[in-house]
Ligand binder design. Structure first.
Ligand SMILES: Cc1cc2nc3c(=O)[nH]c(=O)nc-3n(C[C@H](O)[C@H](O)[C@H](O)COP(=O)(O)OP(=O)(O)OC[C@H]3O[C@@H](n4cnc5c(N)ncnc54)[C@H](O)[C@@H]3O)c2cc1C
Length: 470
């Protein structure tokens, strides 16, 4: 027994290593960067601990909250204080009406919001009477939504929400892989239209609005998502963690073993490997041991984003911060050039309120999405200046921020094109049993999906390695 290697120290790799260590495996984790956590990173900003990447996980998929329970840190979880959200549409911020991933469930509230033009609203109403339109295989999200609700609802509701979560273009993303909830609505035999299917899925009425009360939808450790990374790292038992150590290749060894090749060092023999790295890196690493899996992985496109965090004086904002923030549809890019969304972090999270830090309001503006990332070529000063201009237009920000931070995340969001689920299934089928994949490239970019993929990959290789000895 030579042990199991985990490549990649993001949340997926950490979850895999944690699971393997708990099972009693001899684990070595290699991370190319100088810290663990990958896209989960929290750092001090304006007197508070503020996330630089992901700032919450959804509770509907239980893997993250279950992991927090295992780590005995469930008591540290907090939930957003503000649930309402706005959409910048047709010249101003307008309240996001009740919806399921952008599919409206309350047409009166939608009309009152003013997000859509009268013609756009009329087109949405057609969904209630159009005959059923069966899916033709795994279609792009955009094609399905536009067919039922029209282009305006796609551009101003579904694309900002779903595209926002994935930094993607819903006209090019797989319905089945990216939004299985909308896929299920589109297949609902009892309701030909998406609106009625969404109403039924949301509990028969108009559904839960973005501002409704009830059970919390999201959670985060009060000290930020970095706290989850810290807790995982502290509970890895005898696992060897090697930072600053990129894995360069895997080669087969003997009947089922592998050799893990490191830059400028002798290879390390392993019984099994969990690859928890972005798709392109996984593709490169698999070239020799599973060439058929390597191609499709290397072909997954990725979008780049940046989070520009600003600390501003409360008096410099000419409106109440009465929501978690706002989304900007890509069709508004004449008025709002670079910002795709802005989280009013100090309103969203009680622990980031002005009084919990230096008295400033913390805002987290997102920049960049698939097909719209030219602004990421700007240097930090220019990027911040453009963000400030956009925040002046959208939310009446005046004056200069007291503090700024630019967190760049190149190639961070895998874009699941139609057919993604089949490609991933074929890729996994082409792997030797001693290699398993985990991470955002597979079956969900959200933190719970990444954790789940990590623990499942760990279970698969552990069953192969430990099985014969049990
Ligand atoms: C700005 C931003 C905001 C987000 N917001 C949310 C949110 O609010 N909620 C949510 O649920 N999700 C959010 N996400 C998505 C989520 O954070 C990521 O999808 C998830 O963290 C990815 O985890 P991972 O382990 O798959 O990959 P990563 O975090 O990318 O980890 C992979 C690791 O592998 C390492 N690596 C790469 N190649 C090698 C190699 N050859 N050898 C060794 N190591 C290697 C990398 O350095 C990296 O640390 C957000 C993402 C971003 C970028």
């Amino acid at each position: 027994m030579t042990g199991i290697v985990v490549v990649g120290g993001g949340i997926a790799g950490l979850a895999a290593a944690h699971r393997l260590a708990a099972a009693g495996a001899d684990v070595t984790l290699f991370e190319s960067g100088d810290h663990l956590g990958g896209k989960l990173r929290t750092s001090p900003f304006a007197g508070r601990l503020v996330d630089e990447g992901a700032d919450a996980f959804v509770l509907r998929a239980p893997a993250a909250v279950e992991l927090c329970r295992t780590l005995d840190m469930e008591g540290e979880l907090v939930h957003p204080a503000a649930r309402r959200a706005y959409v910048y549409s047709r010249g101003q911020l307008r309240p996001l009406p009740p919806q399921v991933l952008g599919i409206p469930t309350d047409l009166e509230a939608l009309a009152a919001s003013g997000i859509l033009s009268p013609a756009g609203l009329d087109r949405v109403h057609e969904d209630l009477t159009l005959p059923a339109t069966p899916l033709a295989g795994d279609e792009p999200i955009g094609a399905v939504v536009e067919r039922r609700l029209g282009a305006e609802a796609l551009d101003r509701l579904v694309d900002p929400l779903v595209g926002g979560i994935n930094a993607g273009d819903t006209r090019r993303l797989s319905l089945a892989a990216v939004v299985p909830q909308i896929d299920a609505l589109a297949r609902d035999a009892d309701h030909p239209g998406l609106i009625e299917a969404a109403q039924a899925a949301a509990g028969g009425g108009t559904g839960r609005g973005a501002d409704s009360g009830g059970e919390p939808v999201f959670a985060s450790p009060a000290a930020g998502m970095g706290r989850l990374v810290e807790a995982l790292a502290a509970d890895l038992g005898p696992t060897t963690v090697r930072l600053g150590t990129p894995v360069e290749a895997l080669t087969p060894r003997g009947e089922a073993g592998l050799t893990v090749h490191l830059a400028g060092a002798a290879g390390l023999d392993a019984d099994a490997v969990v690859l928890a790295v972005p798709a392109s890196a996984a593709g490169t690493l698999l070239r020799e041991v599973a060439p058929e899996a390597a191609g499709p992985l290397a072909g997954v496109e990725h979008a780049s984003v940046a989070i520009v965090t600003l600390a501003v004086r409360p008096d410099d904002i000419a409106r109440p911060l009465d929501a978690s923030g706002f989304l900007v549809p890509r069709v508004e890019n004449q008025a709002v050039a670079v910002v795709t969304a802005c989280s009013w972090a100090s309103a969203k999270w009680a622990h980031l309120a002005p009084g919990r830090g230096d008295g400033t309001v913390v805002l987290r503006a997102s920049v960049g999405r698939a097909g719209g990332d030219a602004a990421l070529d700007l240097d930090d000063d220019d990027l911040v200046a453009r963000v400030v201009e956009d925040l002046a237009v959208t939310m009446g920000l005046v004056g200069a921020p007291r503090e700024v931070r630019v967190s760049r995340w190149p190639g961070s969001f895998p874009q699941y094109a139609p057919g993604h689920l089949e490609r991933i299934a074929a890729t996994e089928a082409a792997l030797p049993p001693t290699v398993a994949l985990a991470g955002a490239a597979l079956l969900g970019v959200g933190v719970p999906a990444c954790i789940r993929s990590g623990t499942e990959a760990a279970d698969r290789v552990w069953a192969v390695v430990a099985g014969p000895r049990r």
